[in-house]
Design a protein around this ligand. Structure first.
Ligand SMILES: Cc1cc2nc3c(=O)[nH]c(=O)nc-3n(C[C@H](O)[C@H](O)[C@H](O)COP(=O)(O)OP(=O)(O)OC[C@H]3O[C@@H](n4cnc5c(N)ncnc54)[C@H](O)[C@@H]3O)c2cc1C
Length: 405
């Protein structure tokens, strides 16, 4: 233990809580974990800690909530299906509007055909539709000069804030303790976790889970690379419009790295079509607007029908994490007994990942393929500089994964 950690421990001892499990982070991942752990009847005391529960300062608070269940990674597909099942139980949590992927070139069509075949193999409902059909489904977001579209009727949009609030209130009702405070360090005794130092005092615990999203690296002073790289990402809201009489599916333009949706009273649009930019976030997932992002959004807006008159009313840089294989890091950190992590998890996979980790924490058998694919130690032996480079490279292919078999 570093002398610094020791010093904080001694002064924080004045106000001490004890818990069996501490979850650091109250975004959608930590809150889902608190919820699933609270449904267990093992009598274990769970404490969830965040700098703020009243306001979601992490990525969850800024995510527009696109949930496409199909992924090249079979593991991510399963986690997404599981998550949608859970979100559908949350009042106002999930809207089954469906998802459209639009091809604007022959190469794009070939890609959609491959995705259709794989999606069907995984048992997902999917169909290729004409560009006219796509226009009928999403007249405000799809132009008439596209070639073909892939429709996923089972996809939709999540309301991350509503889902997170639901998980928290259910967990609280079942006895999870919610503590507002800044976690400043993880205390170890020998090679075991002993608790966490926080601005609200020391919390003793035999198990600690890092669900700290883009801040995952901050508390990781164990001998392991944690390539959870925060990146800048532009998203915009259009002017308010009257609610439509129809519900548009969300739309993705994979060749252009652009996506758009109807938020009900305004449209939203985001793009990955820019140079990846690493961030070093302070205490919010809202970064400074980058000059290049105006041109990025201008290019993206060219894909939207002129009649929609979509112009930015509000634009922001929302920060989330990328990893070297576009897979989350979920599981045990064996170097420090009792320490676990669930980071770089998308809204799309959050409930599924939290359920997976709950089984692990309860000592139940977990799917070995999933465990291997999500293993937080899988980058051991590689240097952080090159892992960061590879992760940033993955930003432009956010829907591609390099899952280990
Ligand atoms: C603009 C944007 C668009 C996105 N689009 C989508 C999308 O369409 N679909 C999708 O699936 N995902 C999307 N994402 C990604 C998604 O939002 C995140 O992956 C997800 O919300 C991460 O959840 P989390 O709980 O892990 O992290 P967060 O929501 O960031 O929560 C982490 C929490 O940890 C707390 N914390 C950190 N360190 C400490 C500490 N030391 N002490 C106390 N508390 C601490 C923070 O306060 C924070 O509340 C998007 C994100 C952004 C920003």
């Amino acid at each position: 233990m570093s002398p610094n950690c020791l010093q904080k421990t001694m002064s924080d001892m004045a106000s001490q809580h004890t818990s069996h499990i501490v979850i650091i982070g109250g975004g959608i991942v930590g809150s889902a974990l608190a919820y699933f752990l609270s449904t267990s009847e093992d009598g274990k005391k769970v404490t969830a800690i965040d700098r703020s529960f009243s306001r979601l300062n992490g990525s969850t608070g800024y995510a527009p909530g696109f949930v496409g269940q199909f992924n090249e990674s079979e593991v991510l597909t399963r986690l997404a299906i599981d998550s949608v099942e859970e979100y559908s139980k949350v009042p106002e949590g999930f809207d089954h509007v469906g998802g459209l992927e639009i091809a604007t070139s022959n190469a794009g069509v070939e890609n959609l055909k491959m995705r259709l075949a794989s999606a069907k193999e995984r048992g997902l409902e999917a169909e290729m539709i004409s560009s006219q059909q796509a226009m009928q489904m999403a007249p405000d977001l799809v132009k008439d000069d596209n070639i073909l579209a892939l429709h996923f009727p089972g996809d939709g949009t999540a309301n991350p804030s509503t889902i997170t609030a639901f998980f928290q209130s259910e967990a609280r009702a079942r006895g999870v303790h919610f503590l507002e405070g800044d976690v400043t360090g993880i205390r170890r005794v020998d090679d075991r976790v002993n608790g966490v130092m926080t601005s609200a005092g020391f919390v003793q615990a035999e198990t600690v889970v890092l669900a700290t999203g883009i801040w995952a690296k901050n508390l990781c002073d164990f001998d392991l690379p944690v390539p959870v790289i925060p990146v800048a990402h532009p998203y915009m809201y259009g002017e308010h419009h009257k609610p439509k009489t129809y519900k548009s599916p969300f739309v993705r333009f994979p060749e252009h790295h652009v996506y758009a949706r109807d938020h009900g009273q305004f449209f939203g649009l985001g793009s990955y079509d820019h140079k990846p930019l690493a961030e070093n976030p302070e205490d919010t997932a809202l970064g400074n607007w980058k000059e290049d992002f105006d041109a990025t959004l201008d290019r993206a807006l060219q894909l939207i029908p002129a009649n929609t008159n979509l112009v930015p009313r509000e634009k922001f840089n929302g920060i989330f994490s990328v990893t070297p294989d576009n897979m989350p890091l979920v599981g045990e950190i064996p170097n420090v007994k009792g320490l676990y992590m669930a980071a770089a998890v998308w809204v799309t996979h959050a409930a599924g990942c939290a359920k997976f980790l709950t089984r692990m924490l309860k000592g139940e058998r977990v799917d070995v393929t999933m465990q291997k694919a999500l293993d937080p130690t899988r980058f051991q032996g590689r240097d952080m500089k090159s892992l960061e480079r590879v992760s940033l490279h993955c930003y432009n292919s956010i829907y591609s994964t390099h899952e280990r078999s």
